[in-house]
Design a protein around this ligand. Structure first.
Ligand SMILES: [Zn+2]
Length: 192
């Protein structure tokens, strides 16, 4: 697998100004806390920052897996499972279905939670659900150059987008071969 920016870009989360009152922020450890935060000396607001969720599906139809050819960076022109950043006010499953709809134009039935993957070096958690499609119709959105169902024995292993995608697909193939699927939780080590 080729190297490069292998993860969804973290969006800029640091701000130079308080989100409550607009005062320039200070970086220091608040009393009683154990790490540095962005805080406002004027109004006392603390801008806590936390990891972000990437949610997606592994859609299956008739021994085929749905993949999307990315139209955008990072990793444009590589194949990915439909996934993206979870939005406010939605559930994990709703986010996974929304991303599948947006990137592939496909309505799937949500199956079991399948992989939960920590990527602490970029402050992300990637979550994939198994999903089932009723046909092979696709209608890729603007973030995808193509959406296509690949036969499970002919996946584009040399041109996958992210390690969370390739490891999720590897688990799927091995679980499928042994006839038993289980939810997996693991971490991706930093790239060397
Ligand atoms: Zn403030």
């Amino acid at each position: 697998m080729s190297k490069g920016p292998e993860f969804y870009f973290p969006a800029p989360r640091r701000s130079n100004f308080c989100g409550q009152c607009g005062t320039p922020i200070t970086r220091r450890t608040p009393p009683g806390d154990n790490r540095e935060r962005d805080l406002c000396e004027k109004c006392g607001a603390i801008n806590y920052q936390n990891p972000r969720m990437v949610v997606g599906t592994l859609p299956v139809w008739n021994d085929h897996v749905l993949l999307c050819l990315r139209a955008i960076e990072p990793r444009a022109n590589t194949w990915t499972l439909p996934a993206g950043f979870m939005e406010l006010s939605e559930t994990t499953g709703q986010g996974a279905l929304r991303e599948t709809r947006e990137e592939a134009g496909v309505e799937v039935r949500l199956g079991e939670l399948y992989t939960v993957i920590d990527v602490p070096q970029v402050d992300q958690i990637h979550v994939y659900f198994l999903a089932h499609a009723d046909n092979d119709q696709v209608d890729p959105g603007p973030e995808s150059l193509q959406a296509r169902y690949f036969p499970i024995d002919d996946l584009p292993w040399d041109n996958l987008s992210f390690r969370s995608v390739s490891t999720t697909l590897k688990h799927y193939l091995s679980d499928r071969a042994r006839g038993r699927f289980e939810t997996r939780y693991y971490s991706l080590p930093p790239m060397t």
